[in-house]
Each structure stands twice: as C-alpha cells, then as structure tokens.
Design a protein around this ligand. Structure first.
Ligand SMILES: [Zn+2]
Length: 244
C-alpha cells in the first residue's frame, strides 16, 4: 500500500478531484474566474504519480458505484479534450470485450485522458495488445493493467458451442483452453449462462497469467510493485464491476 492509503486519498479519489477541477474550469470559462485551473480538467502527471495501483483500483470501484447509483460525474469532455491535447497521464490500461454493452470508461465513470482502452472479443491478449500495454505502463506510466470480462459473453458462448465463421473461428479457438479448466458441476453447454459466466471468469484469469508469462516487461513492473495486474467481471444485470 502506498503512503497515501491511510490519509484519505481513497475517500477523495483522484478522479473525483479531477472532476472537481473540471467543474472549476467550467466556472472559469463562464467568466467567473480561476483561469489557472482551466487546464486542470484532466489528470496531471503529479496527480497520477501520487496514486498507488490500489488507489487507482479503489477509484474504479467508486466510479462503478456512481454508475450503478446513477450519480456519475458531470464530465466536461470539451475541457478534458483541451487539457489532454498536449499530453496524457492515464492511470490504467483496460482490456475488455468489444460487446456493445461493456464500455469500460462509462462503467467506471472515468473521463478523457484517464485510461488506455483495448477492446477485443472475449478480452484476449496477443502480441499487439501486449505491446500496447507495455507502451501504456513502461513508457507512459500507467499503474494498473485491468482485464475485464463480462457475463453472458457471446464469444465465450460461441467457443463453448464450437461456432465457426471466417476469422472468428481462430479467435474462438483461443478461448477453448478455458473450457476444460473451468470447474463446473452441471450443464456445460452454451445455453447455460451460469457455465458461460464461469468460463468467462476462467478466461480472465488465464489472460492475466498470459500477460505475466508473455510480457517480461509487465511481469517485472508488477514484481517491482510499480504496477498491478488485476481481473474483473462486469455484470450486465445490475451493472457491478466485480474486482478480484
Ligand atoms: Zn463479450
């Protein structure tokens, strides 16, 4: 845990402070004052670097709670766009599914410049995605690699059912090792969404393992405590992002 964990940074997350600054920026644009904060609408290097990986994950949990409660931040995207035009200091890189119902930035209530995002069916890793993650963490300084699966994933179901179609066949083949590895008593078919979700969870865990084994760069950063590789599942019903 970082030195800030006990002094209230968790409770007053960076993302909240960034949003507050965004509100102040909007105020200045309205001609009321504080023009020096007009460019503080997005995350600064100083703000990001004060946070530990655990702080960032806690901020994601708070953001998802706001999403579920319908109390999301009022993001001033235009101010965030201006603030990030000449640089970015994102806190995390998120790997999630292309599913139209799983936009990570909305589910976690974060704004422009706060997270890198890679989306691909069933959130698999490959060399290009690993390279992107290494860029995010080793070059730009992101501190969390978050793999996000989701319930009722069509790609997982397709893999279980042995679906075949063009290039999709090869993609689904990469999911198949997660199927026998999933402990599940009962109907192990794609029509049983309890089983589909269990395989999706295994798939997240295997993706995390593959990131560590296929990227010595990210593995070393994690071993040194510079980053954290974390897993999560988004529940389509209820909207919770469950971290584990
Ligand atoms: Zn999916």
């Amino acid at each position: 845990m970082c030195e800030h964990s006990s002094n209230g940074l968790h409770r007053r997350s960076l993302f909240k402070r960034a949003a507050a600054a965004s509100a102040l920026a909007a105020t200045s644009l309205a001609g009321i004052g504080v023009p020096s904060l007009a460019y503080a609408a997005a995350m600064t290097r100083e703000q990001r670097d004060k946070m530990s990986p655990d702080d960032i994950i806690e901020s994601f949990k708070e953001g998802n709670r706001r999403f579920r409660d319908g109390k999301m931040m009022q993001h001033d995207y235009r101010a965030q766009k201006r603030a990030t035009a000449t640089g970015q200091f994102p806190a995390a890189v998120i790997l999630s599914c292309i599913d139209s119902r799983t936009p990570a930035e909305i589910l976690l209530d974060v704004g422009i410049g706060e997270t890198f995002n890679a989306r691909i069916a069933r959130n698999i890793q490959n060399d290009d995605i690993l390279g992107s993650m290494e860029f995010a963490c080793a070059v730009v300084g992101a501190k969390v690699v978050l793999v996000m699966g989701h319930t009722a994933c069509g790609a997982i179901r397709g893999a279980i059912d042995g679906a075949e179609l063009g290039n999709l066949t090869g993609l689904l083949d990469k999911i198949k090792p997660a199927i026998p590895r999933t402990k599940y008593d009962g109907d192990r078919s794609g029509s049983n969404y309890d089983f589909v979700d269990a395989v999706a969870r295994t798939n997240v865990e295997m993706t995390m393992e593959q990131i560590r084994s296929n990227s010595p760069v990210l593995k070393k950063l994690e071993d040194d405590g510079e980053i954290k590789i974390a897993g999560s599942m988004y529940h389509l019903v209820g909207g919770e992002v469950e971290f584990y």
